[in-house]
Design a binder for this molecule. Structure first.
Ligand SMILES: *[C@@H]1O[C@H](CO)[C@@H](O)[C@H](O)[C@H]1NC(C)=O
Ligand SMILES: *[C@@H]1O[C@H](CO)[C@@H](O)[C@H](O)[C@H]1NC(C)=O
Ligand SMILES: *[C@@H]1O[C@H](CO)[C@@H](O)[C@H](O)[C@H]1NC(C)=O
Ligand SMILES: *[C@@H]1O[C@H](CO)[C@@H](O)[C@H](O)[C@H]1NC(C)=O
Ligand SMILES: *[C@@H]1O[C@H](CO)[C@@H](O)[C@H](O)[C@H]1NC(C)=O
Ligand SMILES: *[C@@H]1O[C@H](CO)[C@@H](O)[C@H](O)[C@H]1NC(C)=O
Ligand SMILES: *[C@@H]1O[C@H](CO)[C@@H](O)[C@H](O)[C@H]1NC(C)=O
Length: 377
């Protein structure tokens, strides 16, 4: 290579590196790697240390030993790098430090992404009618309408199936009665232990379960008590503590599968309140998510697709706030990882992601009883 073109290449590289923010990210990434290899750049070490101490303070983290703390600091630094990578692959979301930033990806997966058991819904469920979709509002947000309780925290209990279906009953009860109750997931975890017809799929409390079996339990048991009367303890108590004296406040009339189509999801959400869905959670970079709209490219080749049960509580069919004003559609989703993750415990995903990886039915709605009349709409 001639000397002149060599120098223009150098010039080009230095121009690029000051121009592109992604390039800047790459450089920061390299600097963090240098921090890890501790080559004496104390200023950078201080910056990562500063972020780590802000993280510990914000989430009240303490570690039993200095060794553990040092180890967690190393994990934290690799998660900063991972957040930066996720940011490039998922630009409509914002990735950064979260309450999960001191966990390795496999610790996070084991604790929060479920057992890996495939939770299939049977296809013989009763489908709701096809609804008209021409007059749907541009935005829908059931939280703003008072149909959604504060975000809950399943902790390390793999009980997303109970949190998802309870949130649907809370919303349906609100629509039928005009009143919002915080209902008990623990009742489902302890009492909804049935299996399906062939005995192959059963509910296992905090070891995983199935939304359809949970709705069947609600349908057959008479209803659900308030959370304050049957508190969440985060494990299987081994005893179903519902008696004749238990004060059931919300009852399910019936539930239906929604036609597997986005516009039908939206129409049913508008008509019936929050709906239960399951998402291919391993493809969302949830450990580093701090807000915005998840929309990563997903590779569905893996045959171990864990689905996480959550609740659709709204959507936005408007334009983005970006300067290019391109049309975007996003779902507003309530999770059960506490209100100190994502957007106050909620997250948003782009349209395609909901049905990504496997075309099996995912969405269910419910109708609750009007407790004054005892009638079902
Ligand atoms: C939905 O409504 C709630 C309550 O008004 C609000 O805090 C939240 O930001 C809204 N969500 C979206 C995505 O607009
Ligand atoms: C429930 O039924 C009562 C009695 O008919 C009625 O007054 C009330 O409006 C109903 N609630 C809703 C939300 O429809
Ligand atoms: C609602 O119930 C959950 C447990 O299911 C509990 O953790 C939470 O504190 C309750 N929230 C309110 C606002 O009562
Ligand atoms: C379940 O949780 C409760 C309350 O936190 C605790 O007292 C109990 O020992 C736990 N049971 C098991 C089997 O872990
Ligand atoms: C069962 O629930 C009642 C309240 O409904 C409570 O007083 C009692 O302590 C509970 N028993 C157990 C074993 O949790
Ligand atoms: C979103 O808006 C487009 C028109 O811009 C419409 O065709 C589509 O049906 C809407 N989708 C939903 C779910 O409202
Ligand atoms: C219906 O809900 C209201 C509000 O909590 C309650 O006061 C009333 O006792 C309930 N009625 C029945 C029949 O459960």
């Amino acid at each position: 290579m001639a000397a002149s073109s060599f120098y223009s290449l150098i010039l080009l590289i230095s121009l690029l590196s000051t121009t592109f923010t992604s390039m800047q990210g790459f450089i920061d990434d390299r600097l963090i790697q240098q921090v890890v290899s501790s080559d004496g750049r104390d200023d950078l070490l201080t910056s990562a240390e500063h972020q780590f101490s802000a993280f510990k303070k914000k989430y009240g983290k303490t570690y039993p030993t200095q060794d553990e703390e040092d180890y967690r600091f190393g994990v934290f630094i690799s998660n900063l790098r991972r957040a930066r990578r996720n940011q490039m692959m998922d630009p409509t979301a914002v990735h950064g430090v979260t309450k999960f930033s001191d966990l390795t990806p496999s610790e996070f997966g084991r604790r929060y992404l479920g057992s890996g058991r495939q939770i299939q819904l049977s296809k013989d469920l009763s489908k709701g009618p096809i609804l008209p979709t021409d007059d749907l509002p541009l935005t829908m947000n059931w939280t703003a309408k008072g149909a959604v309780t504060p975000v809950k925290n399943q902790g390390t209990c793999d009980g997303c199936w109970a949190f998802s279906t309870i949130a649907v009953l809370e919303g349906a009860h609100f629509l039928a009665n005009g009143q919002l109750f915080n209902l008990s997931e623990q009742q489902l975890i302890d009492c909804s232990t049935e299996c399906n017809k062939n005995g192959k799929v059963c509910n296992h409390g905090c070891e995983g379960g199935n939304r359809v079996l949970a709705f069947k339990y609600m349908e057959n048991s008479g209803g659900v008590v308030q959370a304050k009367n049957y508190r969440f303890i985060g494990n299987n108590s081994g005893l179903c503590n519902v008696t004749e004296n238990s004060q059931i406040v919300a009852s399910l009339c019936r539930f239906h599968l929604i036609e597997d189509d986005h516009d039908q999801y939206a129409a049913n959400l508008v008509k019936h309140g929050p709906i239960a869905v399951s998402i291919p959670i391993k493809f969302l970079p949830a450990q580093t998510y701090t807000g915005g709209v998840f929309c990563p490219q997903v590779n569905c080749m893996s045959n171990e697709i864990t689905r996480h049960a959550v609740v659709l509580v709204g959507y936005n069919n408007g334009t983005s706030t970006d300067s290019d004003q391109k049309k975007v559609f996003s779902w507003i989703v309530k999770n059960s990882w506490g209100n100190d993750w994502g957007e106050g415990g909620f997250f948003r995903v782009c349209r395609g992601l909901l049905k990504a990886c496997g075309n099996h039915p995912v969405a269910l709605y419910a109708i609750a009883k009007n407790n004054t009349t005892g009638s079902c709409a």
